[in-house]
Design a protein around this ligand. Structure first.
Ligand SMILES: NC(=O)C1=CN([C@@H]2O[C@H](COP(=O)(O)OP(=O)(O)OC[C@H]3O[C@@H](n4cnc5c(N)ncnc54)[C@H](OP(=O)(O)O)[C@@H]3O)[C@@H](O)[C@H]2O)C=CC1
Ligand SMILES: C[C@H]1O[C@H](OP(=O)(O)OP(=O)(O)OC[C@H]2O[C@@H](n3cnc4c(=O)[nH]c(N)nc43)[C@H](O)[C@@H]2O)[C@@H](O)[C@@H](O)C1=O
Length: 317
């Protein structure tokens, strides 16, 4: 269903504003004429139900964006199951329930493409949710994200709340987490190629076989889609947000290598997990609403690498 929801003059709480997506949303909201509310983790632990309720009651946001979560790449997901299940269930349940109790007018929940079955039809339509077994390396996170979608739907059905959900594909860009073991593939490889260029290393390791297919979207496009959906979408079906373009991890590694200007070889470490063999979402629903991404992968990677060079001191390493 298409609606028009005006953000101007509204008090908008961006939960997770220091993260890659949250900070991109804050940048994007600067041109919407709204008042952006934020709280750092030391002020507000989102896993604490009472604290979340009290903060929201005191700050009275009219819009809430749930961009806070326990987030990480394939290795973090695979090795920290409690963090990915428990923290994410608590964060989303606390924010969504408090938003209901405080009569928030609109809420946007962010899930992930990993909610879909490991062997879903490709490109994956929204209707593929809960039609098959999940990818084992990230099922804890996926179960939490599915619960978040269902919570939004439940508050919409039972209380008429205007709570919506968007499912981002694999993202990259400024503000990413560059941790060598816990990051996603874009930041991991950018850092590894950068370091190899500086040390003169002849080869760089890429996890897995290089054959999995992934779809990547720049985080500024993601933030733009979030604002678009907040302003124009109101329905219980979640909405996929992707670029529509997929490539193998080997081809992606080559693109990152070019963005960084590294001249050496790639070697594939088959002892590391591949994860989902293929994860291309259908963004037909979002395209039908009138949104398209703008940033091409080579341009986005070059921009992200410039950000890394300019912000190495503050980057999450
Ligand atoms: N990155 C990606 O490729 C993708 C991301 N997404 C989704 O987008 C959303 C944002 O992800 P992204 O920006 O990449 O993640 P980040 O890790 O960059 O940011 C997450 C944010 O959540 C905050 N946070 C986590 N736990 C708590 C807590 N207990 N209390 C308060 N704040 C907390 C973090 O705070 P602090 O700064 O203090 O650590 C951080 O600001 C998530 O829902 C994620 O699932 C979906 C698909 C792909
Ligand atoms: C967005 C999505 O991200 C996660 O799923 P994922 O798509 O598997 O994410 P990833 O970025 O970690 O890996 C993508 C591919 O890349 C390969 N790969 C190569 N070399 C490195 C490497 O150095 N680091 C990492 N992390 N991966 C590498 C890796 O083996 C895999 O084949 C979910 O857990 C969940 O968090 C989620 O929602």
């Amino acid at each position: 269903m298409s609606t028009v929801f005006d953000l101007s003059g509204k008090r908008v709480f961006v939960a997770g504003h220091r993260g890659m997506v949250g900070s991109a949303i804050v940048r994007r909201l600067a041109s919407e004429g709204c008042t952006v509310l934020t709280a750092s983790r030391s002020e507000l632990d989102l896993t604490n139900q009472q604290a979340v309720h009290d903060w929201m009651a005191a700050q009275a946001p009219e819009v809430v964006i749930v961009a806070a979560a326990k987030v990480g790449g394939i290795n973090a997901n695979n090795t920290l199951p409690v963090d990915f299940l428990y923290d994410n269930l608590m964060i989303e349940a606390n924010l969504i329930h408090a938003a209901h109790r405080c009569s928030v007018q609109k809420l946007l929940f962010l899930g992930s493409s990993c909610i879909y079955p490991r062997l879903a039809p490709q490109p994956i339509p929204e209707e593929a949710l809960l039609t098959g077994p999940l990818e084992p390396t990230n099922e804890w996170y996926a179960v939490a994200k599915i619960a978040g979608i269902k919570l939004c739907q439940a508050y919409r059905r039972q209380y008429g709340r205007d709570f919506i959900s968007a499912m981002p594909t694999n993202l990259y860009g400024p503000g990413d987490n560059f941790h060598p073991l816990h990051s996603h593939v874009p930041a991991a490889l950018m850092r590894r190629f950068h370091e190899a260029r500086h040390t003169g290393a002849e080869q760089v390791e890429v996890w897995g076989t290089g054959t999995p297919l992934r779809e990547f979207l720049h985080v500024d496009d993601m933030a733009d889609a979030c604002v678009f959906l907040l302003k124009s979408y109101s329905d219980e079906q979640h909405v996929n947000v992707g670029s529509g373009a997929e490539l193998t991890i080997a081809a992606f590694a080559q693109a990152v290598k070019e963005a960084v200007g590294y001249q050496g070889k790639l070697v594939f470490d088959h002892s590391k997990p591949d994860g989902s063999p293929r994860k291309l979402m259908s963004s037909a629903r979002l395209h039908g609403l009138g949104w398209r991404h703008k940033i091409a992968l080579p341009d986005g990677l070059a921009q992200a690498y410039r950000w890394f060079l300019d912000n190495a001191a503050e980057a999450r390493l």
